[in-house]
Design a protein around this ligand. Structure first.
Ligand code: SF4
Length: 91
């Protein structure tokens, strides 16, 4: 495990009833999503074997980097409902 993985592992993620960030339908191949692959500090964006961008929301730090980097034409972006999402723990 990398240092980053260990540090991220300290956080707690409370389950979400629905994803608070989604790649908009039809935008899965939009090149603007490359910025999220490079910029997401939790490494939650990837490219599938078929060339589509994929977001795995578990572990989201709610930092907003992907929203700024890709824009809301590509992403539906919101904060999770109260009581859900990341709980930071520093160690
Ligand atoms: S809000 Fe931050 S941690 Fe969450 S998916 Fe976007 S870039 Fe990654």
């Amino acid at each position: 495990m990398t240092d980053l993985t260990v540090k991220l592992g300290l956080n707690v993620f409370k389950p979400l009833p629905a994803p608070h960030i989604k790649i908009k339908a039809g935008m899965e191949r939009d090149p603007r999503l490359k910025a999220a692959v490079r910029g997401c500090p939790a490494g939650l964006y990837s490219v599938s074997e078929t060339g589509e961008f994929v977001l795995t929301i578990d572990g989201c730090l709610e930092c907003g980097t992907c929203r700024i980097a890709c824009g809301t034409e590509v992403l539906e972006w919101g904060y999770p409902e109260g009581g859900a999402g990341v709980q930071f723990r520093f160690g």
